[in-house]
Design a binder for this molecule. Sequence first.
Ligand code: SF4
Ligand code: F3S
Length: 104
Amino acid sequence: TYVVTDACIRCKYTDCVEVCPVDCFYEGENMLVINPSECIDCGVCEPECPAEAILPDTESGLENWLELNTRYSAEWPNITQRKDAPADADAMKGVEGKLEKYFS
Ligand code: SF4
Ligand code: F3S
């Protein structure tokens, strides 16, 4: 599966949702997550994200993100249409420590 990581937080460009063939993105207030049991591992969303927030869970160190994506995709609503990014999305791109400060 692919997972969304902290680079998405407060950036939320939503380009990813437009390309997913199985509509498996779910929306929180400040980030999106992927439902790992629905993701078919096609990889087309990865290069679409301007924040490079989407990674395959085969990369090391992503266990916590897999858990977070699994947990919140069960709670948050599905999102299938692109919407405007937050006004300060570009300023939040690449900022460190977003999980601790801004997760929701
Ligand atoms: Fe959707 Fe494919 Fe990305 Fe999985 S890898 S979230 S199926 S676009
Ligand atoms: Fe987030 Fe990137 Fe999608 S910033 S909303 S994972 S395009």
